[in-house]
Design a protein around this ligand. Structure first.
Ligand code: CDP
Length: 252
């Protein structure tokens, strides 16, 4: 949520961001795939101070039945912040307007990523719980969910990678943290299928010029290449033996 007040310097004197990052640096990302035994698939993502747990259940019978699609799986997405994920008020633990909006946009991302026509008359439930938040939780939820779907063995068109680009103190930066999001001028979460180059999520809060938008998309693409590498590494460490992993590094 970009806001204009209170004004806060978001750069150090040497031009680096308050976190010490340069304009295109990502926060640290660590990922573990397959963390829940009873889900069809799961993943935990720590991205900076964000911590997200994503779980996938299904394909399974559609409830209520009248929502059944005879030609494709129905995708449900539930993004929710836990009451303890930050010091802000979260309206207890129930959904609110923001979480309903984020759930809706992420549902559409995965309707376009899963081969839903292979699973008619079923539903696939994706849940992303925000355990700790510090800006960029929808993107952390998205990358965790993409891996949970793969862990569930569901056929997908691609691993989905994402990042938020923002404008702070007049400069475009990659991967906003909460202060940059709250006190910056603009916030633009984007997700790509890098295999096809398709943009699967595009949102914007605040204002950017057309040139900034185009430059921001290029920055997002480059950052997503790095995010995807982390996602692939996490899948390899879950599914390849240590020997296969070292062979895949040598062969890369
Ligand atoms: O998290 P994301 O950047 O996708 O969404 P946002 O609406 O731009 O929120 C930015 C940040 O504000 C979140 O990551 C949280 O750290 C914080 N926030 C919060 O703590 N509680 C809320 N109800 C909304 C936002």
């Amino acid at each position: 949520m970009a806001t204009t007040n209170p004004p806060k310097p978001l750069f150090l004197e040497d031009g680096r961001r308050l976190s010490g990052r340069n304009q295109t640096d990502l926060r640290n990302i660590s990922i573990e795939v397959g963390v829940l035994k009873k889900a069809s698939g799961s993943a935990r993502v720590s991205w900076g101070k964000n911590i997200v747990l994503a779980a996938v259940y299904g394909p399974r019978e559609v409830v209520p039945k009248h929502l059944t699609n005879p030609n494709a799986a129905r995708v449900n997405f539930r993004y929710i912040m836990t009451p303890f994920c930050s010091l802000e008020e979260h309206g207890r633990s129930g959904p609110n307007r923001r979480s309903i909006e984020i759930s809706k946009v992420l549902k559409h991302v995965f309707e376009n990523a899963i081969l839903i026509n292979q699973f008619p008359k079923t539903q696939i439930d994706i849940s992303a719980e925000i355990l700790q938040s510090d800006g960029g939780t929808r993107i952390s939820a998205l990358i965790a969910s993409s891996l949970a779907l793969i862990d569930a063995g569901l056929p997908v068109k691609d691993i989905i990678s994402g990042v938020s680009i923002g404008k702070i103190g007049g400069k475009l930066v990659v991967d906003l943290d909460k202060d940059e999001d709250n006190f910056g001028e603009s916030d633009m979460p984007v997700a790509f299928s890098l295999r096809t180059g398709e943009i699967l999520l595009f949102q914007m809060d605040g204002m950017l010029t057309v040139d900034e938008l185009s430059e921001g998309l290029d920055m997002a693409y480059d950052a997503c290449v790095k995010v995807r590498a982390k996602q692939v590494e996490a899948l390899k460490s879950k599914y390849l033996t240590p020997v296969e992993q070292s062979e895949s590094v040598e062969g890369a």
